[in-house]
Design a protein around this ligand. Structure first.
Ligand SMILES: N[C@@H](CCC[C@H](N)C(=O)O)C(=O)O
Length: 283
């Protein structure tokens, strides 16, 4: 039997599987079974909790020398992802509850490098590290670099950002509400990014305040996406032309996140993290 913990951050939910010595080879079929909401535990992704020294990927070890624990993230379809913003907070909550970290600030290893997490009153804040516009020249010239077609019809312009994982952000055109969006199918992106992308649909709520819905690569529509919230806030800030360091409030279907642009082209994500169940499952 394999032990698991179920947790979520603004209802982006994960099955955490402790594997400190990295002995568990999780296959895509096992991930799909764990995340299955009818025949398994249910979740948007699986997080294997591994000591960084046992990470099989050399790059993970070399990019995060000071991080004792590696967040091995898989999407619900079994594909690997470089990063998961909400996952980092849930991972931190698990490490803290299990007594695996003692400090109020610590680094965790991800495929996108080490991320520093700190305890806050509400949960955790994580420095997501460096972010970038995928096509800076095109973005600064046109305000966007790809077109996205979802089930609402005409293709709409979007901005590609790299938060360690790939995102395309759409500011919804007038006349289409977030509620009207049909995200039952993956939006098409042109030109299609080689590794796919997560797609965020944004509506401005007020100054420094946006709301979004997201279609996640390897999952489908989710109730929240932490790196997606950061990408959406950064894209909206870019379009506003005022690239300051004011915190942004990001409403997602599963709750509220705070995104704060930092110096050095870094960005912080803050929000809650809940661990809701523990159990054992036959893989
Ligand atoms: N929900 C996550 C992102 C998870 C990975 C994503 N689906 C991908 O494939 O890049 C978040 O909170 O950032």
């Amino acid at each position: 039997m394999t032990r698991f913990t179920k947790g979520h951050g603004t209802e982006n939910d994960f099955v955490l599987v402790p594997d400190p010595e990295g002995t568990l080879e999780l296959t895509p079929a096992q991930v799909q079974r764990l995340t299955d909401r009818h025949a398994g535990i249910g979740g948007d992704g699986v997080i294997r909790v591994v000591r960084t020294e046992f990470a099989t990927d050399d790059a993970v070890r070399s990019l995060a020398p000071g991080a004792e624990w590696f967040m091995d993230y898989r999407n619900a379809d079994g594909s690997l992802a470089e990063m998961c913003g909400n996952g980092t907070r849930v991972f931190a909550a698990y490490l803290q509850r299990e007594g695996l970290v003692a400090d109020r600030e610590f680094a965790i290893a991800t495929r996108a490098g080490a991320k520093v997490v700190r305890v806050t009153d509400e949960g955790f804040a994580v420095d997501l590290g460096p972010w970038r516009l995928v096509d800076e020249v095109g973005a600064r010239r046109d305000g966007f670099d790809v077109m996205v077609r979802a089930r609402f019809g005409k293709p709409v312009p979007a901005l590609s950002l790299d938060l360690g994982n790939p995102h395309a952000v759409v500011m919804l055109p007038e006349g289409i509400t977030l509620e009207q969006l049909d995200l039952t199918e993956a939006p098409e992106i042109h030109p299609t990014p080689a590794g796919g992308a997560n797609v965020e649909f944004v509506r401005a709520v007020g100054p420094g305040h946006i709301a979004l819905r997201v279609h996640e690569r390897g999952v489908g529509e989710t109730r929240s996406c932490g790196t997606g919230a950061a990408a959406a806030a950064l894209a909206t800030r870019f379009w506003s032309g005022v690239e300051d360091f004011t915190p942004w409030t990001v409403d997602v279907p599963g709750g509220r996140l705070t995104v704060t642009p930092l110096g050095g082209q870094r960005v912080e994500l803050a929000g809650p993290a809940e661990l809701v169940a523990d159990g054992e499952i036959e893989l």
